[in-house]
Write a protein that binds this ligand. Structure first.
Ligand code: G6P
Length: 282
C-alpha cells in the first residue's frame, strides 16, 4: 500500500501535540497525540488525515492539490450549499467553506485525545467545526446566522474514507434505504449491502450507523451519520478526477452526511443547524 501522502510531514517526530507546517501552499496543523496522528488545513477547516496509533489511515487524501481551489481528500465541508448553487451557476461547487481560511478558535489535548474548534464567519453566517480525535473520530458542524430573515442552507461533511480497493469493499446499514441514484437519474432503494462497481452516486434519505467492511485490510469501520438527514455515497468510477489518477481513486469511498436536495433547510434567524459524523473501529 502506498504511504499516505501526508505521512512525510511526520518524518521528524515532535514532542508538541500541535504544530504548524506548510505544504503545497497551505497552512497545515499537524497533530501528534499518543492516541492518534492527524492533519487539518486552515483552508476549509478541513481534516485531511486521521490515523489512530497502530492502525492504517482512516481518511484518503489526494497526493497533488490544485494551487488554488478545493483540496480533494479528508473531510471537505460543503457549505452553505451542497453541489451546484440553486440560482447562481457561476458560484463554486459545494459552496465557499472549503475555499476560505477558517480560524482555529481553540485547541486542547488530554489523555483521551484532542479537541479543536474551527470557525468561519461570512456575512451574517457563522459555522463551526467541533472536532474530537483520539481512538475515534467525532466531527460536529454547527451553523447559525443572524440575518433578519430565514435563509436556505444545504451542507455536508464530505468524507473520503481510505480503502484497500473500492471495488472490493462493502457498505452495510443502508439496506432498504430510499433515495436518488444520480448516475441513473432515478429514484432508488438499496438492496443489500452497497458495493461499488462502475462508480456510484446515490443520495439516501436515511442516516444512522453504517459499516464499511474492508476484507483485504481486515478492517470494519462504523461510520455514524447521526440524525443526517441524508447519507451520500459517491465514487467517480473510471471518470477522470482532475489530478487524481484512476489508480489513486481506487483508494477511497466517499460516504458523507448531508442535508441537501429535498432535505435542505430553511434556517430561521438564531436557529441552529447541525451535522454529525462519528467513526470508530468495530
Ligand atoms: O469535485 P467536487 O466538487 O469535490 O465534488 C465531488 C462530488 O461531490 C458529491 O459527492 C456530489 O454529490 C458529486 O456530484 C460530486 O461529483
Amino acid at each position: 500500500m502506498a504511504e499516505h501522502p501526508l505521512a512525510a510531514l511526520f518524518r521528524f517526530s515532535s514532542r508538541q501535540v500541535f504544530r504548524w507546517d506548510r505544504h503545497q501552499g497551505r497552512d497545515l496543523l499537524l497533530i501528534e497525540h499518543p492516541l492518534c496522528q492527524a492533519v487539518f488545513s486552515r483552508q476549509g477547516g478541513q481534516l485531511l488525515h486521521f490515523q489512530p496509533r497502530g492502525q492504517r489511515p482512516w481518511l484518503w487524501c489526494a497526493a497533488h492539490w490544485h494551487n488554488l481551489g478545493a483540496i480533494r481528500g479528508g473531510v471537505p465541508i460543503c457549505w452553505p450549499w451542497f453541489g451546484r448553487h440553486p440560482n447562481e451557476s457561476g458560484w463554486p461547487h459545494h459552496g465557499w467553506a472549503r475555499l476560505n481560511d477558517w480560524r482555529l478558535v481553540s485547541k486542547e489535548s488530554d489523555r483521551h485525545g484532542v479537541y479543536l474548534v474551527w470557525r468561519l464567519e461570512l456575512c451574517d453566517w457563522r459555522v463551526e467545526l467541533h472536532a474530537r480525535l483520539g481512538a475515534e473520530l467525532d466531527l460536529q458542524l454547527v451553523t447559525q446566522h443572524s440575518d433578519s430573515e430565514a435563509c436556505q442552507l444545504s451542507h455536508a461533511l464530505h468524507a473520503y474514507w481510505a480503502v484497500s480497493d473500492v471495488s472490493r469493499v462493502s457498505l452495510g446499514g443502508l439496506e432498504g434505504a430510499r433515495g436518488q441514484d444520480l448516475l441513473l437519474r432515478q429514484p432508488c432503494q438499496q438492496d443489500g449491502e452497497l458495493r461499488v462497481a462502475e462508480g456510484c452516486h446515490r443520495v439516501f434519505r436515511q442516516a444512522g450507523a453504517l459499516h464499511l467492511q474492508d476484507l483485504a485490510w481486515q478492517r470494519r469501520l462504523r461510520i455514524d451519520t447521526g440524525a443526517g438527514p441524508n447519507c451520500v455515497v459517491w465514487h467517480p468510477g473510471g471518470r477522470p478526477l482532475g489530478d487524481v489518477s484512476w489508480r489513486e481513486a481506487l483508494g477511497f469511498l466517499s460516504v458523507q452526511v448531508a442535508g441537501c436536495g429535498a432535505d435542505s433547510l430553511t434556517l430561521e434567524p438564531g436557529a441552529e443547524a447541525r451535522l454529525s459524523l462519528r467513526a470508530r473501529l468495530e
